[in-house]
Ligand binder design. Structure first.
Ligand code: AMP
Length: 281
């Protein structure tokens, strides 16, 4: 497994790979790998000959008061996990390599980046679409794999790839959860013991909403209230949003239909957790 920090160097290596007729898969990450990331690597391996993961804590997707500096990092551990998982190359650039000064160009997916997480994180998705565009241009993957955990991000990236004709196939892999249902996230390490104990309430609420829908309830407003009430049962949970939305426009729906999903953001102390489920698959 190679570890490469420089853009000219990764380009040179990948040119050879392409010349040898191999297909390339990319899994963009911010590191501090967990089983969710590893499932994306497995998915990429199913579709490609050569798997690249990027590990880059992307400064442009963090707001000024967010956790950029304290975002968990452990490159040695990530390197070991990636090697054990059959990754072929880790792209591990520093911020100066990705954002040489001056830097003036951003990619923005209008509309979709303003709702849900975009409402409280106004620069977040601009940072995501910009860095993912850069990674697509650097790696030129045949396939890129993202997680359903960040449902809005996956929808925005699909839209961007379609709108801007990036020649890459986007695959979205299912959410990997802890045994008690909490969606895996690098940020889960921020949770105190008590917060961690209460956090599975989020998935419990989403699961029971899905059960209600499967019994025939299609009223988004009633299902939204049910979810709020359930999560509200945890004294440490502070709901940022519960939205039941269309998977293409991310607009709120009144009636739940196939593909409609519920997305939530909930704070436990200083930690912001997100989760989602598709209500009718
Ligand atoms: P991150 O390192 O948090 O930026 O995540 C990198 C990629 O891993 C994104 O496409 C995420 O959606 C995906 N991911 C993060 N957590 C999970 C999870 N629990 N299950 C599946 N994919 C995940």
């Amino acid at each position: 497994m190679k570890v490469v920090g420089s853009i000219p160097e990764i380009r040179k290596i990948l040119r050879e790979i392409r010349l040898a007729g191999k297909t390339i898969g990319l899994v963009p990450t911010m590191g501090y790998l967990h089983a969710g990331h590893l499932s994306l690597i497995d998915e990429a391996k199913k579709h490609c000959d050569f798997v690249v993961i990027s590990i880059f804590v992307n400064p442009t997707q963090f707001g000024p008061t967010e956790d950029l500096d304290k975002y968990p990092r452990d490159f040695k551990r990530d390197e070991k996990l990636a090697r054990e998982h059959g990754v072929d190359l880790i792209f591990f650039p520093d911020a100066a390599e990705m954002y040489p000064k001056p830097f003036f160009t951003y990619v923005v997916t209008e509309q979709l980046s303003k709702t849900l997480c975009g409402a409280s994180r106004p620069v977040h998705f601009r940072g995501v679409t910009t860095v993912v565009s850069k990674l697509f241009n650097i790696v030129q993957p045949d396939v890129a794999v993202f997680g359903q955990k960040d449902a809005q991000q996956a929808i925005i990236i699909r839209r961007m790839v379609g709108d801007l004709n990036f020649p890459v196939q986007v695959i979205v892999a299912p959410i990997v959860r802890e045994a008690d249902g909490l969606a895996m996230s690098s940020r889960n390490v921020y949770l105190s013991q008590e917060e961690r104990r209460q956090a599975p309430i989020i998935f419990n609420a989403l699961k029971s909403a899905k059960e209600f829908v499967s019994k025939g309830d299609r009223d988004a407003s009633a299902i939204g209230k049910l979810i709020r009430r359930t999560i509200g049962g945890s004294p440490l949970a502070e709901i940022e949003y519960v939205e039941i939305v269309d998977p293409i426009t991310l607009e709120n729906v009144q009636n739940i239909e196939r593909g409609t999903f519920v997305a939530v953001a909930v704070r436990f102390g200083k930690t912001r957790l997100i989760d989602n489920v598709v209500l009718i698959d």
